[in-house]
Design a protein. Structure first.
Length: 418
């Protein structure tokens, strides 16, 4: 059994490493700071060390220099983690046996890949496509899952939630689980149960958890589960929020804003630099994104708001995508007789032929390119109706340029995997 030593000041991070790596058959030890790390290296003589760059009591450089002096420990490979990797740091630690330098928040597949390479062992990772994220607004913790259920990401979820609650000093969260573009298979049931177990740890009662999904298999699984039948399957987003906050709570949110999407689906003030846990895999955010941006993709944008046109143009300015803009559904449908597209951005609410009518025409013509709709949060029922007409995903207005390419990436990759 290969031995791994984790040296990190964060109790949450050490706990995650201990439990996660133990499931892969490693013997895991941990050190709470640099001074403890020096002692543990001598006593344990691990096969590999995972160490944070920023340590208390003794710096990571002190630990590395002490390790270098010990003939028994000198050749032990080290994986260094840091929230801010720069060339100076890499050059500084390079002479001391650093074999991998990983960014924090660490992506679990990158870590497992590094361990597999350094230790010469095979580590089987759940490769089920899955987009999982958690974010917190002032009153509700949102857990969003799409495409599928992935064991590694679900196991990491409890640490992500705990980190968010600690960052924003929330003691009694109310949780809404949004499940989109996902269908429950029999082999996924243990993973869904695990997801609910992770969420349950943070609430005093299951009536503080709501699920929003279109999938009947998920609805039936929860409905007849001996424990989680107490979790309500909400019929709409408004009902889910009012169920968690009460009508007065919902009204207090909507009275301050014209649309409640800013209040609901926007995270609290950005503290991403403080985060330790990353729910995405490494190739989902780097390699795939660069490949997509380099491809020639024909995109139609159908929206009567010219500001939306400018936002999308700004978002894709560094890509090779070709964009055609239409201010109404009729002009788009006329052009479709002669043009072919790889992707469609579609607003639901337009004068004349609206988005729903466009979707119906596309279905009649058996057009199969991916469709991403735009909607206001207050029109959640419209989003559900549009999904029944075959749309692949949706974005909430007001649009953010940085989210557009990520959304297209998700949809295009899902199409390629079908």
């Amino acid at each position: 059994m290969k031995k791994v030593l984790v040296i990190d000041d964060s109790p949450m991070y050490r706990d995650f490493m201990l439990k996660q790596l133990d499931t892969y058959g490693f013997e895991v030890s941990s050190a709470i700071n640099g001074l403890d790390g020096i002692a543990k290296i001598r006593g344990v003589l691990p096969d590999v060390i995972i160490m944070d760059y920023m340590l208390s009591r003794k710096s990571s450089m002190d630990v590395l220099k002490d390790k270098q002096k010990d003939p028994n420990a000198r050749d032990i490979p080290v994986i260094m983690a840091s929230s801010n990797v720069d060339r100076q740091k890499i050059v500084e630690v390079a002479p001391f046996g650093i074999r991998k330098f990983l960014n924090k928040p660490i992506k679990i597949d990158a870590l497992l890949s590094a361990l597999s390479e350094l230790l010469g062992v095979e580590i089987k990772v759940d490769e089920t496509p899955c987009l999982l994220d958690a974010h917190l607004n002032d009153q509700i913790l949102f857990v969003e899952i799409a495409r599928g259920f992935n064991k590694e990401k679900i196991n990491l979820l409890q640490y992500k939630i705990a980190e968010l609650l600690k960052l924003y000093k929330v003691q009694h969260p109310r949780i809404l689980i949004l499940m989109t573009d996902i269908s429950l298979r029999s082999e996924d049931e243990p993973k869904l149960e695990r997801l609910l177990e992770e969420v349950e740890k943070f609430v005093s009662h299951l009536n503080l958890v709501k699920i929003l999904t279109l999938d009947d298999n998920i609805k039936n699984y929860v409905k007849y589960h001996p424990v989680y039948k107490a979790v309500e399957i909400a019929k709409s987003l408004d009902k889910a929020v009012s169920g968690l906050l009460g009508i007065k709570g919902l009204e207090s949110m909507t009275s301050e804003q014209n649309n409640i999407q800013d209040s609901l689906l926007s995270s609290k003030s950005d503290l991403r630099d403080s985060e330790v846990f990353q729910l995405n895999f490494q190739d989902e955010s780097v390699n795939m994104k660069s490949g997509l941006m380099a491809r020639s993709i024909n995109v139609a944008v159908v929206d009567d708001d010219f500001i939306v046109h400018k936002i999308i143009a700004k978002a894709v300015e560094k890509t090779k995508w070709q964009l055609d803009y239409y201010s109404d559904g009729s002009s788009f449908l006329e052009a479709l007789a002669e043009k072919q597209y790889d992707m469609l951005f579609l607003d639901l609410m337009m004068p004349g032929i609206d988005g729903f009518q466009v979707l119906e025409r596309l279905r009649e013509q058996e057009v199969t390119f991916p469709v991403i709709i735009f909607s206001a949060m207050s029109k959640k029922e419209s989003v559900m109706k549009a999904k029944e007409l075959g749309v692949d995903s949706y974005m909430i207005k007001p649009l953010k340029p940085e989210g557009i390419i990520a959304k297209v990436l998700d949809v295009m990759l899902r199409k390629l995997s079908e």
